[in-house]
Design a protein around this ligand. Sequence first.
Ligand code: NAD
Ligand code: GLY
Length: 367
Amino acid sequence: MAIIPVALGERSYDILVTQGAIDQAVAHLAGFARNERLVVVTDDNVAAAQLPRLTRALQQGNIMVQPIILPSGEATKSWESLAKLADQLLDLGIERSDHIVALGGGVIGDLVGFAAAILKRGCQFIQIPTTLLAQVDSSVGGKTAINTRAGKNLIGAFHQPAFVLIDPSSLDTLPARELAAGYAEVVKYGLINNADFFAWCEANGPALIAGDMVARMTAIEKSVRAKAAIVGEDERETSGRRALLNLGHTFGHALEAETGFSSTLLHGEAVAAGMALAFRFSARMGHCSMEDAARVSTHLASVGLPHDLAGAHVSAPGEILVEHMLHDKKMAGGKLPFLLARGIGQTFLAKDVDLKDVAAFLDEETR
Ligand code: NAD
Ligand code: GLY
């Protein structure tokens, strides 16, 4: 078991990582229930796979679960779902001191977190993430959001959860492709600032993907510690420290946009290909060695993740991909900051990248 604190003054909270945490939910969640009730928001897949476990566990402590089950998929992070969810929560008599439970992947966590941020000008929420991506990234750090016509995650708030309960065994029911996609975010922590952790990934990633429980637990714990440290230093992404977590996301965003934000390319898969591209672009610009860039691609390939445009099902010219990047919410003063690398574990924020160089590089990548 690991208890990882996120140190944010009065918004501090703990992240508990333990095998079987959902089955022991009474011990962890009873203190958050009001009138022996917890409202649990989830999606239809997770309702089938994990909600019965949680409900049974809480019943053992006479805590009733009031479930709200939403359709699974990215489309649920919408104004329409938010409005419906807010009405349902108000109908259930949610008060500011209540703790709404988000049981699911990043979609449920982001939507419920945003609903909690605005309901009654802010109430509490608890994350029980059930995808690897959510366990190592989205449930930690308080970024909440919905999507709009203009793009992904453009409406949202920083709103920290009161508690995060991570049960690695909940990944047993996760489709293999989703597990691999979430693993890209694990690799990201090694590439950002921890070369030893990247070497650990090289040695243990394939076993993790194949179901090794010790590797899974270690990866989650190390990733959460890494993210908690960065969030503790730069909660609102103002100093540039938290921006490091966006490694691979600018290239990845272009790939996701080109594939229509569809199941052709999952977010984590786009991040994987994006990180490989960021390293190869860094090598091309003379910042890092080709050997390091090749190591990144080799490792991603070893776990079945895409590491180039073809693997991401993208064949568009560089100019088109750069055009997608211009809609990225990180654009500032007409410039797009890029996360580049001087080597494995040495990511830095480059604010003066010439988009013509990016387009020429991507054209070479399509050949
Ligand atoms: P997701 O929530 O859509 O989950 C992926 C799929 O797995 C869904 O079909 C879901 O129903 C299913 N699922 C989830 N847990 C399951 C389980 N245990 N068993 C069986 N099926 C299960 O996707 P995701 O990859 O978890 O999250 C992606 C979202 O996270 C995106 O909207 C992205 O913008 C957001 N995100 C947010 C942050 C942040 O800091 N807030 C960071 C990264 C990503
Ligand atoms: N996933 C990026 C962040 O939380 O800042």
